[in-house]
Design a protein around this ligand. Sequence first.
Ligand SMILES: Cc1ncc(COP(=O)(O)O)c(C=O)c1O
Length: 385
Amino acid sequence: MSYLMSNYAPLEVTFVKGEGCYLTDTKGDQYLDALSGVGVVGLGHCHKDITAAIQMQAGTLLHTSNWYHIQHQETLAKKLCQLADMDTAFFGNSGAEANEAAIKIARLHGRANNIDNPVILTANQSFHGRTMATLSATGNEKVQNGFAPLVSEFIHVDFNDVDAITAHVNNANIVAIMLEPIQGESGVIIPADDYLNQVQDICQANDWLLILDEVQTGIGRTGKLFAHEHNNITPDVLTLAKGLGNGVPIGACLAKGKAATLFQPGSHGSTFGGNPLVCQTALTVLEVIEKNDILNNTIQMGEYLVSGFKSKLMNSDKVVEIRSKGLMLAIELNQDCSSLLKAALDKKLLLNITGQSIRLLPPLIINKAEADSIINTVCELIDTV
Ligand SMILES: Cc1ncc(COP(=O)(O)O)c(C=O)c1O
């Protein structure tokens, strides 16, 4: 019997070592990780520069407290704000915490405009985290089941539907709209090219904050450092986590303009948030991405995977659609394919199944041979359903 709570249902494998795109289990067997720890280790497992940064910082200073200045935090805030064209940053420890900060900023924005009951629009089929506020923001009843009463004042609208948003412009209590640029957990759902641009226009016309949850799409995953760069827009609030730390727990909430100064001393905090260890690691992640042209590899390898899948699956009557942006990819089948999770593990490949879709989030450093291996194994798996 396990002493762990039963909230996870792990597969029958334990990994003891990681290197690049590969993990090794207790028996010494190697697995190709096409999921990157759910979009976390974008630079691969135990990247030498990241390991060196962690070792150096662990031997220098791990933690002080946010009651004192933390130079690494200042440096990381400046770097991220410059890269994302934002003004200020708050650091927490996870994606959910980054989104909690964003939700609190939205409520303060409402208060600043004398709105007592601020409402945030979010999307159906979205995922924003597992804390009470973020699961209430999430547009998925499975995530919410059992946890009522939910945090109120979230209105869910269909994703990729501008009219569903404009239907609410007369609601004077709305203060923000919070969206993933591409919905990750619900199976890589990519909106129309100009959807986010139109949403931004609506936000600007109504003094709503545009909050983009880039916890999964950020830090290079889609071939740009931030997915919203594909639209040439800048949100008012931007949340990041996952790939930012390449495995160390860090979340960031960046804000711009009027949203940037709403937190005042006492408004928000986190004991561990933005400690020297995680900030130094995140700085090194950003450096490695820049120095090694990781975004270019992400675009090239994303295209390589898609064209490989397309040519091999052209005649498959099981494939409904292939959706992708950079190295965020889903193959939707015409039937439930949950059995493929275990079948892939047996073939030493790690991937995710979301309903009828196979979801892949390989490390951004993947090479052609590794991509070929993913293509071959996934196509063999599809043949078996
Ligand atoms: C878009 C998005 N937001 C938020 C989260 C929650 O992040 P965390 O699990 O780090 O709290 C996730 C996690 O999958 C996510 O994909």
